[in-house]
Design a binder for this molecule. Structure first.
Ligand SMILES: NC(=O)c1ccc[n+]([C@@H]2O[C@H](COP(=O)([O-])OP(=O)(O)OC[C@H]3O[C@@H](n4cnc5c(N)ncnc54)[C@H](O)[C@@H]3O)[C@@H](O)[C@H]2O)c1
Length: 157
């Protein structure tokens, strides 16, 4: 048995593919997603997998995040309000949810001593230059990531 990963936003585009990859290599995955822009259809291939747990809730809910955090080894924080139109329509609400949600996840990760990977990039950057977007991915950690650490995307910065 591998590790258990918490993937926030796991029903989204990147999170669902990452979930498939981790399950395939023998890890267990807990997804925390409010399904605001993500879809269960994205998880159709793995939905009934015995090592997959899906929690439908917001990363702004501290109690839920703490519960999921306690039983995982590491976190991919991908939950975010994504989409130019969504942010133009509801700028304050969306930005607040991204910032507050990330704050809750990082505080919880620090409390439980879990390493966290956050992807952060504007859509315009991603569309303009895929290479630059990949370089902008960065590691963040509530504690140092061990050398040869276990996350499969290690090395992408
Ligand atoms: N797709 C890209 O090309 C790309 C490029 C660079 C960076 N990113 C970043 O990667 C992350 C994931 O992107 P994506 O393309 O998979 O987006 P996505 O919209 O497909 O996935 C985001 C997921 O987060 C969920 N979510 C939103 N708010 C939430 C909340 N408060 N609580 C719980 N879940 C919530 C949504 O329901 C959705 O499933 C985002 O931070 C995005 O900015 C994506």
């Amino acid at each position: 048995m591998g590790q258990r990963f918490l993937i926030t936003g796991g029903a989204g585009f990147i999170g669902s593919h990452l979930t498939e990859l981790l399950l395939e290599r023998g890890d267990a995955v807990t997804i925390l997603d409010d399904l605001s822009t993500g879809r269960m259809e994205n998880l159709a291939a793995v939905r009934d997998h015995p090592n997959l747990q899906i929690i439908r809730d917001s990363v702004e809910n501290q109690a839920t995040v703490n519960l999921a955090m306690a039983s995982c080894d590491a976190v991919y924080h991908l939950a975010a309000a994504v989409g130019v139109q969504l942010i133009v329509d509801q700028p304050v609400r969306t930005i607040r949810s991204i910032i507050h949600g990330t704050e809750v996840v990082l505080e919880s990760a620090q409390r439980f001593g879990r390493p966290v990977l956050i992807t952060s990039s504007s859509e315009s950057t991603a569309r303009a230059c895929a290479c630059r977007s990949a370089r902008m991915m960065m590691w963040s950690s509530a504690r140092p990531i061990p050398a040869g650490g276990a996350m499969p995307t290690q090395g992408h910065r």
